[in-house]
Design a protein around this ligand. Structure first.
Ligand SMILES: [Zn+2]
Length: 158
């Protein structure tokens, strides 16, 4: 399914120009118009999904497979690549700007401009355990929607 106003759907259909590096029946990967570094690729499912909530599991797997492969390819590309970042922004608060799921894959090197600004303070175990409980609740809710659990998550308290 495609969305008429969506630029990534337009690229997926071949109606909008893009510098494509990979295409198959489910996923297209192409150069970001505003690259963080040269070689910045976006991996995009061909069917429209705004974010992780409406992206089918199997399509998410395919997006990751292609992103993984592109990440390995960057190191063989001849472009400056001392490391690789894979980055997916889901939702406006996460700085998603185009509301069709996309995985960023881009080369990194010392002195590049990419920054993740955060408070990296270590939290107490009690606080981590509370958050883990909430996340496990979310996983259980997903399982309940799907009608069963395929991989129960065990708590770790290392
Ligand atoms: Zn779309």
């Amino acid at each position: 399914m495609t969305n008429d106003g969506c630029v990534f759907c337009g690229i997926a259909r071949g109606h909008v120009a893009a510098s494509v590096v990979h295409e198959d029946d489910r996923v297209v990967a192409f150069m970001d118009l505003s690259p963080v570094t040269p070689g910045h690729v976006l991996v995009v499912p061909k069917s429209h999904a705004e974010g992780l909530v409406d992206l089918p599991d199997d399509l998410g797997v395919r997006v990751w497979e292609v992103g993984h492969r592109v990440g390995r390819a960057l190191r063989l590309s001849g472009l400056r690549c001392e490391g690789v970042t894979l980055f997916l922004a889901d939702g406006e608060a996460a700085f998603q700007e185009i509301f069709h799921v996309h995985l960023h894959v881009f080369p990194r090197f010392k002195g590049d401009s990419f920054r993740v600004d955060a408070n990296w303070r270590v939290h107490e175990r009690r606080v981590l355990d509370e958050a883990a409980l909430a996340v496990r609740g979310g996983l259980a809710a997903l399982d309940a929607r799907a009608g069963g659990s395929d991989s129960p998550v065990q708590a770790e308290s290392a």
